[in-house]
Design a protein around this ligand. Structure first.
Ligand SMILES: NC(=O)c1ccc[n+]([C@@H]2O[C@H](COP(=O)([O-])OP(=O)(O)OC[C@H]3O[C@@H](n4cnc5c(N)ncnc54)[C@H](OP(=O)(O)O)[C@@H]3O)[C@@H](O)[C@H]2O)c1
Length: 246
């Protein structure tokens, strides 16, 4: 009897303090797991006890090791491979960049191609489809009413591939906004990423760039990853674009 009471009190304390959170572990696929942002997302997901499938065209390049981490060779340009990797998973996170071919059009940005590919693969899965979280680009945020950050960038100083990627991210968001039969969330970082620590304290906004008290729009990569895995766990923003910043 006493043992049962101690167990009950212990459980109540754990729940009250949030330690050993009750969320069931998710099966999360991460495209871009070798990337600057993706590495932080992988780390955050593992820290919260989720099972991570890290995708890379060259998985030997993935140095992280963890019992809940599996690595798989995959390419977002290969539909059969995408379909095989995402089937049966809970969440797919896409945090990739690149420009395909030399047309230099926004349609050639991997961020847009990935959005189209994943929606195309997930749609036929219906209710069994994993949720999709897309790491967006800050060029798509409004810096003043009706004016996107992308429109304010000095084109002359911008490398051509970066310009294509920025426009590709805007196109990807426009594309998602027409998709009402796949559970997507487009999460946009602010203009600047920092190397700061994981604080777990940030704000969630919408289409307007969030500024801190000194007019800066920034967040650490580690905190951005917290926001991504929060959404993976809580599915708070279905078919919406949100932004993250201090
Ligand atoms: N302020 C901002 O708005 C801002 C700043 C930085 C980044 N971002 C966004 O954040 C996202 C990630 O950027 P990042 O800087 O972390 O990128 P990154 O370090 O350059 O990494 C790019 C990733 O894309 C993956 N990739 C490339 N081609 C692929 C393909 N065909 N199939 C599957 N994966 C492929 C690479 O994986 P493998 O080479 O291992 O296959 C790599 O992990 C992008 O969407 C970018 O636009 C936004």
């Amino acid at each position: 009897m006493l043992r049962r009471r101690v167990l009950f009190i212990g459980l109540a304390v754990l729940l009250a303090t949030g330690i050993g959170h009750a969320e069931p572990a998710l099966n999360i696929v991460i495209y871009g797991a070798t990337g600057e942002i993706g590495t932080h997302i992988v780390r955050e997901a593992l820290q919260r006890d989720h099972r991570v499938t890290a995708v890379s065209r060259n998985p030997a390049g993935l140095e992280m090791q963890h019992p809940n981490l599996s690595t798989v060779k995959g390419d977002l340009l290969d539909r059969a491979s995408v379909s095989a990797i995402v089937t049966g998973k809970d969440v797919v996170i896409v945090s990739v960049r690149g420009v395909i071919g030399d047309s230099a059009t926004p349609e050639s940005a991997l961020q847009f191609i990935a959005a189209e590919m994943l929606v195309d693969v997930l749609f036929p899965m219906g209710d069994n489809a994993p949720r999709l979280i897309h790491v967006g680009g800050s060029g798509s945020l409004e810096v003043e009413p009706g004016v996107l950050f992308a429109e304010k960038l000095p084109k002359i100083l911008l490398p051509k591939d970066l310009e294509v990627e920025i426009l590709g991210q805007i196109l990807a968001l426009e594309f998602y906004r027409k998709v009402d039969d796949v559970h997507w969330t487009y999460i946009t970082p602010p203009r600047n990423f920092t190397n700061g620590e994981r604080s777990g304290v940030f704000r969630i906004g919408g289409d307007q760039a969030l500024k801190d008290s000194r007019g800066r729009t920034r967040v650490s990569r580690a905190d951005f990853a917290v926001a991504i895995i929060d959404e993976a766990e809580q599915a708070m923003y279905p078919r919406q674009r949100i932004s993250v910043a201090y």
